[in-house]
Design a protein around this ligand. Structure first.
Ligand code: ZN
Length: 241
C-alpha cells in the first residue's frame, strides 16, 4: 500500500497531471489530499473533479476551499487571494461548492492523520514553520504520523523527547517517535524550487519520500493570464515563491 499525499494543488492542472503521472509510475495505490484544491490558478473545476471523482481521495478543508464555499467576508484575507476567491466561486458548480463546504478540517486515513493547517486550531488557519508551532500540533496528534500543508514549504518535524526540524527527502518511519510532515505544494511551491512537490508514503516498507516533479509551468501561466487572474500569480510559479 503506497499513498500519494497531495498538498495545496491550487487549481494548477499541469502540475497535478505531472504529479499523478509520477505517482502512477511509482506504483502509488491510494491518494489523499491535504486541502486547497482550488484557489490561485486557473483550473479549479478540473482539479476538483480529478481529486474527488477520479482519484476518490479523502480530502481535508483548506482555507481557500473554505472561503470559496462560504459566503464569509474576505476581510483579513490577502487582497491578491481574495480576487481569486471571487473568480473561483464563479467557476464552481453548486455541487462543487457543496463538496468543499462540507470537508472536514482533519481526518484519519489508515494509521495516519491529515490536516491543512494545524491540529490544535485548524479553523484558525495558522502556519507551522517552527518547533513551537509544531509542538502545539503534536499535543493533539493521536497517530504516529500527520501530514499537513498550508505553508507550501516541505519540512519535517520529529518528536522524540524534544522536537527536531529539518528539510527532508526520505524518512524511515520507526516506532517511538512522532512525525509532523509538510508535504509541500503541488500547484504553488514556495521554497524556491518551482517543481511540483508531493509525498509518497509506503506503508509496507515504512518509508516517506518527498518527490519534486518538473511540469509545464508556462502552460499553467498562460491559463492564469488568459483567465484575467493577477499577473503576480502567474509570475510566482516560475520562481517557486
Ligand atoms: Zn495553500
Amino acid at each position: 500500500m503506497k499513498y500519494a499525499i497531495l498538498g495545496d494543488i491550487h487549481a494548477n492542472l499541469e502540475a497535478l497531471q505531472a504529479v499523478l503521472e509520477d505517482a502512477r509510475n511509482q506504483q502509488a495505490t491510494h491518494y489523499v489530499c491535504l486541502g486547497d484544491v482550488v484557489g490561485y490558478n486557473a483550473d479549479p473545476v478540473e482539479c476538483l473533479r480529478l481529486v474527488r471523482d477520479e482519484l476518490k481521495a479523502p480530502v481535508v478543508r483548506g482555507n481557500h476551499d473554505h472561503y470559496c464555499s462560504h459566503p464569509d467576508s474576505l476581510e483579513g484575507f490577502h487582497p491578491l487571494a481574495a480576487d481569486v476567491v471571487d473568480w473561483t466561486r464563479q467557476q464552481l458548480s453548486s455541487t462543487d461548492i457543496q463538496f468543499l463546504k462540507h470537508l472536514p478540517y482533519s481526518r484519519q486515513v489508515e494509521s495516519f492523520t491529515v490536516v491543512h493547517s494545524t491540529l490544535d486550531t485548524p479553523e484558525s488557519w495558522g502556519y507551522v514553520f517552527d518547533k513551537l508551532e509544531a509542538e502545539a500540533s503534536f499535543s493533539y496528534q493521536t497517530t504516529p504520523i500527520c501530514f499537513y500543508g498550508h505553508t507550501h514549504v516541505p519540512i519535517a518535524f520529529i518528536k522524540t523527547g524534544s522536537v527536531q526540524m529539518g528539510k527532508y527527502s526520505k524518512i524511515k518511519v520507526s516506532v517511538g517517535r512522532k512525525l509532523f510532515i509538510n508535504a509541500g505544494s503541488v500547484g504553488q511551491p514556495r521554497d524556491g524550487d518551482p517543481r511540483a512537490a508531493y509525498v509518497l508514503y509506503d506503508l509496507i516498507n515504512n518509508e516517506i519520500e518527498l518527490r519534486r516533479i518538473p511540469y509545464d509551468i508556462e502552460a499553467a501561466q498562460r491559463k492564469v493570464r488568459a483567465a484575467g487572474l493577477p499577473e503576480r500569480i502567474a509570475a510566482r510559479l516560475a520562481l517557486g515563491r
